[in-house]
Ligand binder design. Structure first.
Ligand SMILES: C[S@@+](CC[C@H](N)C(=O)[O-])C[C@H]1O[C@@H](n2cnc3c(N)ncnc32)[C@H](O)[C@@H]1O
Length: 287
């Protein structure tokens, strides 16, 4: 089972929002339903805070995660972020209203690895998630795609890691780190062997096999010197992951991370992390 700290989710949120491709005009042009929105692996609600202001009035969100502590922070984090002018708490969620958007949010604690089938997804549902699909296995993704496509529901998944890492200035060991990190990405995160960097290609393949059209766009993180805390947290995570994969590289990994941390201190490091966003739309309905 994977767990994510609320601090990690908080420091990545502005960078995630900056990186995302804005598909909301496509949803409106295609006249897709977005009254009911199911956010899988919602964490503290970053995906909701990005999308809700773009989707107008009458939105009803079901935000799903297996981590009760993260779910509890969804309402307070939304209030702190000042995304909406009004937030009214009620049983199991809250109502929100802003300049051009309004609706409700309900949270649901659920293990998606074993209980995905219990979620009610209908033709009026927009199925969404951010930073989730690289954690899941191919068989789980197939189940998700089958469930979504059987209802002809649209799907919007964002910030899926695609295996690319680039750093400036470059270091001779960057490629070794990238390969170890990518290898760790495919270990089990609670859903079976994870797709990791293969998640974007697998999603496109599986949705297209059901007749869906898939629009995929890069949504890379650009971590500049001012993102020092996220750069540090990311590097520490990479080192931990790389050591888990190959402990014999410890000396080289420590040398590499010492140099990188020193560059972060000097505000001299730029990291690009490759992500992708995609919108999968069902074949046109007969009207
Ligand atoms: C990288 S975080 C992304 C969180 C949020 N979508 C965001 O963009 O900030 C992955 C999320 O998936 C959730 N998750 C992981 N495994 C899960 C499972 N088996 N069932 C439900 N949620 C899960 C984690 O608790 C975490 O909130």
């Amino acid at each position: 089972m994977s767990s994510f700290s609320s601090l990690w989710l908080r420091i990545r949120e502005p960078v995630d929002h900056e990186a995302r491709y804005d598909f909301s005009p496509d949803l409106f042009v295609n006249n897709m339903p977005h009254e009911k929105i199911v956010d899988l692996g919602c964490g503290t609600g970053s995906n909701f805070r990005y999308l809700a202001p773009r989707l107008g009035r009458g939105q009803h969100w079901l935000c799903v995660d297996h981590d009760a502590e993260l779910l509890e922070q969804l309402a307070p984090a939304t209030a702190t972020a000042n995304t909406f002018s009004e937030i009214t708490r009620n049983d199991g969620g809250f109502k929100f209203a802003g300049k051009n958007s309004a609706g409700s949010v309900q949270t649901l604690e659920l293990d998606l690895a074993s209980k995905l089938a219990t979620l009610a997804i209908g033709p009026d549902t927009l199925l969404t998630g951010s930073a989730l699909l690289d954690l899941v296995s191919r068989s789980w993704l197939q189940q998700l795609v089958t469930q979504c496509c059987s209802q002809r529901a649209p799907a919007l998944f964002t910030l899926t890691y695609d295996g690319r890492i680039a750093m400036h200035p470059a270091h001779p060991d960057d490629e070794m780190i990238r390969q170890l990190v990518n290898s760790h990405q495919t270990t089990d995160k609670g859903f079976g062997p994870a797709l990791g960097p293969g998640a974007c290609a697998a999603s496109k393949e599986l949705f297209e096999a059901q007749g869906y059209s898939v629009a995929m766009q890069d949504s890379d993180w650009q971590l500049l010197p001012q993102h020092a805390s996220l750069q540090k947290a990311l590097l520490n995570g990479w080192i931990e992951a790389a050591l888990e994969v190959d402990h014999t590289r410890q000396e080289a990994l420590v040398r590499w991370s010492q140099q990188r941390l020193e560059e972060i201190e000097r505000q001299a490091l730029h990291i690009t992390v490759g992500h992708k966003d995609f919108l999968a739309l069902p074949p046109r309905r007969h009207r």
